[in-house]
Write a protein that binds this ligand. Structure first.
Ligand code: UD1
Length: 357
Protein backbone atom coordinates (compact mmCIF):
# COMPACT_ATOMS: atom_id res chain seq x y z
CA UNK A 1 0.00 0.00 0.00
CA UNK A 2 1.27 3.49 -0.87
CA UNK A 3 0.13 6.28 1.45
CA UNK A 4 0.76 9.94 0.79
CA UNK A 5 0.62 12.39 3.72
CA UNK A 6 0.20 16.14 3.26
CA UNK A 7 1.34 18.76 5.76
CA UNK A 8 1.65 22.51 5.46
CA UNK A 9 1.62 24.32 8.78
CA UNK A 10 3.09 23.93 12.25
CA UNK A 11 0.24 21.97 13.87
CA UNK A 12 0.19 19.50 10.96
CA UNK A 13 3.78 18.45 11.64
CA UNK A 14 2.89 17.49 15.20
CA UNK A 15 -0.04 15.37 13.97
CA UNK A 16 1.61 13.54 11.07
CA UNK A 17 4.60 12.27 13.06
CA UNK A 18 2.84 9.54 15.09
CA UNK A 19 0.70 8.45 12.13
CA UNK A 20 3.73 7.92 9.89
CA UNK A 21 5.44 6.06 12.69
CA UNK A 22 2.44 3.78 13.24
CA UNK A 23 2.24 2.97 9.53
CA UNK A 24 5.95 2.29 9.05
CA UNK A 25 5.72 -1.46 8.80
CA UNK A 26 2.49 -1.49 6.81
CA UNK A 27 2.90 0.93 3.93
CA UNK A 28 5.32 2.76 1.72
CA UNK A 29 4.90 6.41 2.64
CA UNK A 30 5.39 9.71 0.89
CA UNK A 31 5.44 13.05 2.70
CA UNK A 32 4.47 16.24 0.88
CA UNK A 33 5.06 19.66 2.49
CA UNK A 34 3.02 22.40 0.85
CA UNK A 35 5.36 25.10 2.20
CA UNK A 36 2.52 27.06 3.85
CA UNK A 37 4.86 27.52 6.82
CA UNK A 38 8.42 27.99 5.65
CA UNK A 39 10.50 29.79 8.32
CA UNK A 40 13.06 27.51 9.96
CA UNK A 41 11.48 28.02 13.37
CA UNK A 42 7.97 27.37 12.02
CA UNK A 43 8.90 24.23 10.07
CA UNK A 44 12.44 22.74 10.00
CA UNK A 45 12.86 22.57 13.77
CA UNK A 46 9.62 20.57 14.04
CA UNK A 47 10.84 18.07 11.45
CA UNK A 48 14.07 17.61 13.41
CA UNK A 49 12.54 17.29 16.87
CA UNK A 50 9.68 15.05 15.75
CA UNK A 51 12.09 12.89 13.72
CA UNK A 52 10.07 13.35 10.59
CA UNK A 53 11.68 12.32 7.32
CA UNK A 54 12.57 15.19 5.01
CA UNK A 55 9.56 15.86 2.81
CA UNK A 56 9.75 14.03 -0.50
CA UNK A 57 8.44 17.16 -2.19
CA UNK A 58 8.11 20.72 -0.89
CA UNK A 59 5.58 22.63 -2.99
CA UNK A 60 7.04 25.95 -1.77
CA UNK A 61 3.71 27.72 -1.72
CA UNK A 62 4.45 30.29 1.00
CA UNK A 63 2.17 33.09 2.13
CA UNK A 64 -0.66 34.87 0.38
CA UNK A 65 -4.33 35.62 0.67
CA UNK A 66 -6.56 32.64 1.40
CA UNK A 67 -7.51 32.36 -2.27
CA UNK A 68 -3.92 32.63 -3.45
CA UNK A 69 -2.60 30.15 -0.91
CA UNK A 70 -5.39 27.60 -1.42
CA UNK A 71 -5.29 27.87 -5.20
CA UNK A 72 -1.50 27.68 -5.33
CA UNK A 73 -1.47 24.51 -3.21
CA UNK A 74 -4.05 22.94 -5.54
CA UNK A 75 -2.20 23.81 -8.73
CA UNK A 76 1.18 22.62 -7.42
CA UNK A 77 -0.16 19.50 -5.68
CA UNK A 78 -2.14 18.06 -8.59
CA UNK A 79 0.78 16.99 -10.82
CA UNK A 80 2.69 15.65 -7.81
CA UNK A 81 -0.13 13.42 -6.61
CA UNK A 82 -0.84 12.23 -10.15
CA UNK A 83 2.80 11.24 -10.51
CA UNK A 84 2.94 9.49 -7.12
CA UNK A 85 -0.28 7.52 -7.67
CA UNK A 86 -0.92 6.77 -3.98
CA UNK A 87 -3.59 4.34 -2.83
CA UNK A 88 -4.71 6.90 -0.33
CA UNK A 89 -3.95 10.43 0.87
CA UNK A 90 -3.98 11.50 4.53
CA UNK A 91 -4.66 15.15 5.41
CA UNK A 92 -4.47 16.74 8.85
CA UNK A 93 -6.34 19.40 10.81
CA UNK A 94 -7.94 22.49 9.35
CA UNK A 95 -5.38 24.66 7.60
CA UNK A 96 -5.66 25.91 4.03
CA UNK A 97 -3.31 23.14 2.84
CA UNK A 98 -5.72 20.53 4.25
CA UNK A 99 -8.71 21.65 2.24
CA UNK A 100 -6.74 22.43 -0.91
CA UNK A 101 -5.19 18.97 -1.15
CA UNK A 102 -8.34 17.09 -0.11
CA UNK A 103 -10.19 18.89 -2.88
CA UNK A 104 -7.60 17.95 -5.50
CA UNK A 105 -7.80 14.30 -4.42
CA UNK A 106 -11.56 14.24 -4.48
CA UNK A 107 -11.59 15.54 -8.08
CA UNK A 108 -9.08 12.83 -9.02
CA UNK A 109 -11.20 10.18 -7.24
CA UNK A 110 -8.35 9.42 -4.86
CA UNK A 111 -9.43 8.20 -1.41
CA UNK A 112 -8.80 10.72 1.39
CA UNK A 113 -8.45 10.18 5.13
CA UNK A 114 -8.93 13.23 7.37
CA UNK A 115 -7.21 13.16 10.73
CA UNK A 116 -8.85 15.41 13.35
CA UNK A 117 -12.23 15.34 11.62
CA UNK A 118 -15.53 16.61 12.96
CA UNK A 119 -14.38 19.54 15.09
CA UNK A 120 -16.75 22.51 14.81
CA UNK A 121 -16.71 25.97 16.33
CA UNK A 122 -20.04 26.73 14.58
CA UNK A 123 -18.47 30.03 13.60
CA UNK A 124 -18.24 30.32 9.84
CA UNK A 125 -16.28 33.56 10.01
CA UNK A 126 -13.25 31.44 10.97
CA UNK A 127 -11.38 30.31 7.85
CA UNK A 128 -10.55 27.04 9.62
CA UNK A 129 -14.24 26.24 10.12
CA UNK A 130 -14.83 26.32 6.36
CA UNK A 131 -11.73 24.19 5.85
CA UNK A 132 -13.03 21.67 8.41
CA UNK A 133 -16.58 21.39 7.02
CA UNK A 134 -15.51 21.02 3.41
CA UNK A 135 -12.61 18.65 4.09
CA UNK A 136 -14.93 16.37 6.05
CA UNK A 137 -17.55 16.34 3.30
CA UNK A 138 -15.06 15.06 0.72
CA UNK A 139 -13.11 12.60 2.89
CA UNK A 140 -13.60 8.84 2.91
CA UNK A 141 -12.23 8.14 6.39
CA UNK A 142 -12.93 10.57 9.19
CA UNK A 143 -10.74 10.06 12.23
CA UNK A 144 -12.21 11.96 15.17
CA UNK A 145 -10.70 12.87 18.55
CA UNK A 146 -13.87 12.92 20.65
CA UNK A 147 -17.59 12.08 20.72
CA UNK A 148 -18.72 15.66 20.00
CA UNK A 149 -16.92 15.43 16.65
CA UNK A 150 -18.81 12.24 15.74
CA UNK A 151 -22.13 13.96 16.51
CA UNK A 152 -21.21 16.95 14.34
CA UNK A 153 -20.44 14.69 11.40
CA UNK A 154 -23.62 12.65 11.77
CA UNK A 155 -25.62 15.89 11.91
CA UNK A 156 -24.00 16.97 8.65
CA UNK A 157 -25.08 13.75 6.94
CA UNK A 158 -21.78 11.86 6.95
CA UNK A 159 -22.32 8.08 6.87
CA UNK A 160 -21.57 6.50 10.26
CA UNK A 161 -19.33 3.84 8.72
CA UNK A 162 -16.86 6.51 7.57
CA UNK A 163 -16.40 7.82 11.11
CA UNK A 164 -13.74 6.31 13.36
CA UNK A 165 -13.23 7.72 16.83
CA UNK A 166 -9.54 7.14 17.47
CA UNK A 167 -8.55 9.88 19.93
CA UNK A 168 -6.08 12.69 19.60
CA UNK A 169 -2.87 12.31 17.61
CA UNK A 170 -1.53 15.60 18.98
CA UNK A 171 -1.54 13.99 22.41
CA UNK A 172 0.36 11.01 20.96
CA UNK A 173 3.21 13.37 20.12
CA UNK A 174 2.97 15.16 23.44
CA UNK A 175 3.19 11.89 25.38
CA UNK A 176 6.18 10.78 23.35
CA UNK A 177 8.10 14.05 23.66
CA UNK A 178 7.23 14.94 27.25
CA UNK A 179 10.29 13.19 28.64
CA UNK A 180 12.60 15.38 26.54
CA UNK A 181 11.24 18.52 28.20
CA UNK A 182 12.97 17.53 31.43
CA UNK A 183 16.28 18.58 29.90
CA UNK A 184 15.21 22.21 29.74
CA UNK A 185 12.97 22.19 32.75
CA UNK A 186 15.49 23.67 35.14
CA UNK A 187 16.32 26.63 32.96
CA UNK A 188 15.87 29.90 34.85
CA UNK A 189 12.24 30.88 34.63
CA UNK A 190 10.22 33.41 36.59
CA UNK A 191 7.80 31.90 39.10
CA UNK A 192 4.91 32.39 38.59
CA UNK A 193 4.64 33.16 34.88
CA UNK A 194 2.00 33.20 32.17
CA UNK A 195 2.66 31.78 28.72
CA UNK A 196 0.97 33.73 25.92
CA UNK A 197 0.35 32.87 22.26
CA UNK A 198 -1.77 34.84 19.82
CA UNK A 199 -2.12 34.39 16.09
CA UNK A 200 -5.83 34.41 15.10
CA UNK A 201 -6.52 37.17 12.58
CA UNK A 202 -9.57 38.23 14.63
CA UNK A 203 -7.24 39.02 17.57
CA UNK A 204 -3.97 40.08 16.03
CA UNK A 205 -4.94 41.94 12.87
CA UNK A 206 -6.87 44.49 14.94
CA UNK A 207 -4.10 46.64 16.40
CA UNK A 208 -6.49 48.48 18.76
CA UNK A 209 -7.77 45.29 20.35
CA UNK A 210 -4.32 43.74 20.56
CA UNK A 211 -2.89 46.83 22.24
CA UNK A 212 -5.75 46.82 24.76
CA UNK A 213 -5.33 43.11 25.44
CA UNK A 214 -1.60 43.44 26.03
CA UNK A 215 -2.20 46.45 28.32
CA UNK A 216 -4.51 44.33 30.46
CA UNK A 217 -1.89 41.61 30.64
CA UNK A 218 0.73 44.19 31.60
CA UNK A 219 -1.45 45.33 34.49
CA UNK A 220 -1.69 41.75 35.77
CA UNK A 221 1.94 42.20 36.89
CA UNK A 222 2.80 38.54 36.28
CA UNK A 223 5.79 37.93 33.95
CA UNK A 224 4.49 36.91 30.53
CA UNK A 225 6.53 34.73 28.20
CA UNK A 226 5.29 35.56 24.71
CA UNK A 227 6.63 33.62 21.70
CA UNK A 228 5.45 35.84 18.87
CA UNK A 229 3.94 34.35 15.69
CA UNK A 230 5.18 36.08 12.48
CA UNK A 231 1.69 37.42 11.81
CA UNK A 232 1.48 38.97 15.28
CA UNK A 233 4.99 40.40 15.07
CA UNK A 234 3.88 42.60 12.21
CA UNK A 235 1.04 44.07 14.28
CA UNK A 236 3.07 44.72 17.43
CA UNK A 237 6.13 46.05 15.59
CA UNK A 238 5.35 49.65 16.58
CA UNK A 239 5.11 48.96 20.33
CA UNK A 240 7.21 45.79 20.81
CA UNK A 241 10.00 47.71 22.52
CA UNK A 242 7.65 49.12 25.16
CA UNK A 243 6.35 45.62 25.89
CA UNK A 244 9.84 44.26 26.37
CA UNK A 245 10.45 47.00 28.97
CA UNK A 246 7.43 45.81 30.92
CA UNK A 247 6.70 42.34 32.17
CA UNK A 248 6.75 40.76 28.68
CA UNK A 249 9.49 38.36 27.68
CA UNK A 250 9.18 38.42 23.89
CA UNK A 251 10.53 35.39 22.05
CA UNK A 252 10.71 34.20 18.46
CA UNK A 253 8.46 31.19 17.72
CA UNK A 254 9.72 28.28 19.81
CA UNK A 255 10.43 24.70 18.93
CA UNK A 256 7.95 22.04 19.98
CA UNK A 257 10.05 20.76 22.89
CA UNK A 258 10.83 24.23 24.23
CA UNK A 259 7.21 25.27 24.04
CA UNK A 260 6.00 22.09 25.71
CA UNK A 261 8.48 22.60 28.54
CA UNK A 262 7.14 26.13 29.06
CA UNK A 263 3.52 24.95 28.99
CA UNK A 264 4.21 22.26 31.50
CA UNK A 265 5.62 24.68 34.05
CA UNK A 266 3.35 27.67 33.38
CA UNK A 267 1.07 29.04 36.06
CA UNK A 268 -1.45 29.87 33.36
CA UNK A 269 -1.54 29.70 29.57
CA UNK A 270 -3.32 32.44 27.63
CA UNK A 271 -3.94 31.61 23.99
CA UNK A 272 -6.13 31.70 20.91
CA UNK A 273 -4.69 28.48 19.48
CA UNK A 274 -6.71 25.30 19.00
CA UNK A 275 -4.10 22.69 19.83
CA UNK A 276 -2.89 24.46 22.97
CA UNK A 277 -6.39 24.18 24.47
CA UNK A 278 -5.96 20.41 24.16
CA UNK A 279 -2.39 20.26 25.39
CA UNK A 280 -3.16 22.29 28.55
CA UNK A 281 -6.13 20.05 29.28
CA UNK A 282 -3.93 16.99 29.01
CA UNK A 283 -1.22 18.61 31.15
CA UNK A 284 -3.77 19.98 33.65
CA UNK A 285 -2.52 23.56 33.33
CA UNK A 286 -5.11 26.40 33.50
CA UNK A 287 -5.90 27.77 30.03
CA UNK A 288 -7.64 31.06 29.25
CA UNK A 289 -8.72 31.22 25.61
CA UNK A 290 -9.17 34.58 23.92
CA UNK A 291 -11.99 33.39 21.69
CA UNK A 292 -15.78 33.46 21.81
CA UNK A 293 -16.07 29.81 20.79
CA UNK A 294 -14.07 26.66 20.44
CA UNK A 295 -14.13 23.71 18.07
CA UNK A 296 -12.76 21.71 21.00
CA UNK A 297 -15.60 21.94 23.57
CA UNK A 298 -14.33 18.91 25.46
CA UNK A 299 -11.46 21.07 26.73
CA UNK A 300 -14.08 23.23 28.45
CA UNK A 301 -16.40 20.46 29.67
CA UNK A 302 -13.67 18.12 30.93
CA UNK A 303 -10.55 20.21 30.80
CA UNK A 304 -8.94 23.33 32.18
CA UNK A 305 -10.05 25.60 29.35
CA UNK A 306 -12.07 28.78 29.98
CA UNK A 307 -13.35 30.81 27.03
CA UNK A 308 -12.92 34.44 28.00
CA UNK A 309 -13.79 35.76 24.54
CA UNK A 310 -12.85 39.39 24.01
CA UNK A 311 -14.02 40.34 27.50
CA UNK A 312 -10.86 41.83 28.97
CA UNK A 313 -12.37 42.47 32.42
CA UNK A 314 -13.18 38.79 32.57
CA UNK A 315 -9.64 37.98 31.49
CA UNK A 316 -8.26 40.07 34.35
CA UNK A 317 -10.57 38.34 36.83
CA UNK A 318 -9.72 34.87 35.55
CA UNK A 319 -5.98 35.57 35.81
CA UNK A 320 -6.44 36.76 39.41
CA UNK A 321 -8.49 33.66 40.21
CA UNK A 322 -5.76 31.37 38.86
CA UNK A 323 -3.07 33.26 40.77
CA UNK A 324 -5.16 32.72 43.91
CA UNK A 325 -5.32 29.00 43.20
CA UNK A 326 -8.90 28.90 41.90
CA UNK A 327 -9.15 26.99 38.64
CA UNK A 328 -10.84 23.83 37.43
CA UNK A 329 -8.80 20.67 37.37
CA UNK A 330 -8.92 18.54 34.24
CA UNK A 331 -10.46 15.10 34.03
CA UNK A 332 -8.93 12.55 31.66
CA UNK A 333 -10.40 12.62 28.15
CA UNK A 334 -11.22 9.17 26.73
CA UNK A 335 -8.76 7.99 24.06
CA UNK A 336 -6.30 10.84 24.60
CA UNK A 337 -3.79 8.25 25.66
CA UNK A 338 -0.85 8.34 23.26
CA UNK A 339 -2.21 5.55 21.02
CA UNK A 340 -4.52 7.34 18.57
CA UNK A 341 -2.18 6.89 15.60
CA UNK A 342 -2.00 3.14 16.18
CA UNK A 343 -5.79 3.02 16.00
CA UNK A 344 -5.69 4.97 12.73
CA UNK A 345 -3.14 2.56 11.31
CA UNK A 346 -5.30 -0.42 12.27
CA UNK A 347 -8.29 1.03 10.42
CA UNK A 348 -6.31 1.90 7.30
CA UNK A 349 -4.38 -1.35 7.17
CA UNK A 350 -7.53 -3.38 7.80
CA UNK A 351 -9.14 -1.58 4.91
CA UNK A 352 -6.43 -2.58 2.44
CA UNK A 353 -6.48 -6.15 3.64
CA UNK A 354 -10.23 -6.22 3.05
CA UNK A 355 -9.86 -4.62 -0.39
CA UNK A 356 -7.26 -7.15 -1.54
CA UNK A 357 -9.11 -10.21 -0.16
C1 UD1 B 1 -2.18 28.91 9.94
C2 UD1 B 1 -3.56 28.25 9.95
C3 UD1 B 1 -4.09 28.21 11.38
C4 UD1 B 1 -3.10 27.55 12.31
C5 UD1 B 1 -1.76 28.28 12.19
C6 UD1 B 1 -0.69 27.70 13.07
C7 UD1 B 1 -4.94 28.60 7.96
C8 UD1 B 1 -6.12 29.28 7.42
N1 UD1 B 1 -4.52 28.99 9.15
O1 UD1 B 1 -2.35 30.27 10.35
O2 UD1 B 1 -5.29 27.45 11.40
O3 UD1 B 1 -3.58 27.62 13.63
O4 UD1 B 1 -1.32 28.22 10.82
O5 UD1 B 1 0.40 28.60 13.14
O6 UD1 B 1 -4.42 27.73 7.30
N2 UD1 B 1 4.50 33.64 8.07
C9 UD1 B 1 5.86 33.74 8.12
N3 UD1 B 1 6.59 32.60 8.12
C10 UD1 B 1 6.02 31.36 8.09
C11 UD1 B 1 4.62 31.26 8.02
C12 UD1 B 1 3.87 32.40 8.03
O7 UD1 B 1 6.40 34.84 8.15
O8 UD1 B 1 6.75 30.36 8.11
C13 UD1 B 1 3.68 34.87 8.12
C14 UD1 B 1 3.31 35.34 6.75
O9 UD1 B 1 3.42 36.72 6.73
C15 UD1 B 1 1.87 34.96 6.60
C16 UD1 B 1 1.36 34.97 8.04
O10 UD1 B 1 2.49 34.61 8.83
O11 UD1 B 1 1.16 35.83 5.78
C17 UD1 B 1 0.25 34.00 8.27
O12 UD1 B 1 0.62 32.68 7.83
P1 UD1 B 1 -0.52 31.68 7.25
O13 UD1 B 1 0.09 30.38 6.90
O14 UD1 B 1 -1.31 32.37 6.21
O15 UD1 B 1 -1.50 31.49 8.47
P2 UD1 B 1 -1.26 31.36 10.04
O16 UD1 B 1 -1.71 32.64 10.64
O17 UD1 B 1 0.09 30.87 10.38
Amino acid sequence: MKILHVVGARPNFIKVAPVMRALTRHASQILIHTGQHYDANMSDVFFEQLELPTADVNLGVGSGTHAQQTAEVMVRFEPVVKECKPDLVVVYGDVNSTLATALVCSKLSLPVAHVEAGLRSHDRTMPEEINRILSDQISDWLFTPSADADSNLIREGIAAEKIHRVGNVMIDTLVRVLRQTAEIEHAELPDPYALLTLHRPSNVDDVGFLFHLLSVLRQSGIPIIFPVHPRTRKTIASFARELANDNFLLRDPLSYVEFLALQRQATVVITDSGGIQEETTFLNIPCLTIRENTERPITVSRGTNVLVGRDLVRLQNEISAVLNGHWKQAQAVPLWDGHAAERIARVLVGRTLAASA
